[in-house]
Design a protein around this ligand. Sequence first.
Ligand SMILES: [Zn+2]
Length: 210
Amino acid sequence: MQRWECSVCGYIHEGEEPPLKCPVCKAEQEKFFEIEASEELVNLVELDNDSGETAAEKPSRTGLNITDLILDNHLHPISVHSPNGIVPVAVVFLVLVVLFQFSGLEGAVYFNMIAVLLSMPLVILTGYLTWQEKYGGVKTSVFKIKIAASCVATVILFGLVVWRTVQPDVLTTNSIERWLFTIWSLILLAAVGLAGHLGGQLVFAKKNGK
Ligand SMILES: [Zn+2]
C-alpha cells in the first residue's frame, strides 16, 4: 500500500493513487507526493533531485523574520482563541439579556465584543501569514471560505460595537432593533464558528486522516 502526503496541509492518504482532492484542504491531486518507506529515503530523494517536485512544492520560508516568529510560536492558533472563545460567551450573555432581562450582563456583552474586535487585526494578520507560508497561499475552497467567514465576522463585529456605542440601550429596551442586534450576533457566532471549525480541520489533518 502506497502512502501519499498532501504538500499543502500534510494529510496522509493510503492507497494505490492519491485522492482526486484532499479531503482536508481540497488541494488538487497533483499536490500529493508519495511518501517513501522511510524518512531517510525521502531526504535522499530530495537531495538527489534538485528540481524535484517535492522540494519545489514545499513553500520555502524565506519571508520576514516576523513571519517565522509567528509560525514558530503558533500565534494564529493562539490568537484565534479570542474570537472562538469569547464570541460564544458574549452571545450566551446577550441571549440572557434579551430573553430573561439579565440586564447586568449587558455591559459584559459590549466589552467582550470590543475585546474580540481589538484582537481581529492580529487574528487576520497571523492567519494570512500562516496561509501564505505554511500552506503556500493555495486558493482552495477551505481557505476561501475561511477568509470570507473571518472578514464577514470582523465587519459584523465592528458594526455591532459601533451600534451599541451609538445606541447604549439597544439591548435593554424592547424594540425591533434589539432583535436585529441579536440576529446579527448569531450570524457573527456562525461565521466565527465556521472559520474556527475549518481551522481545526486543517490543524488536526494528520490525526484525523484515515
Ligand atoms: Zn491537503
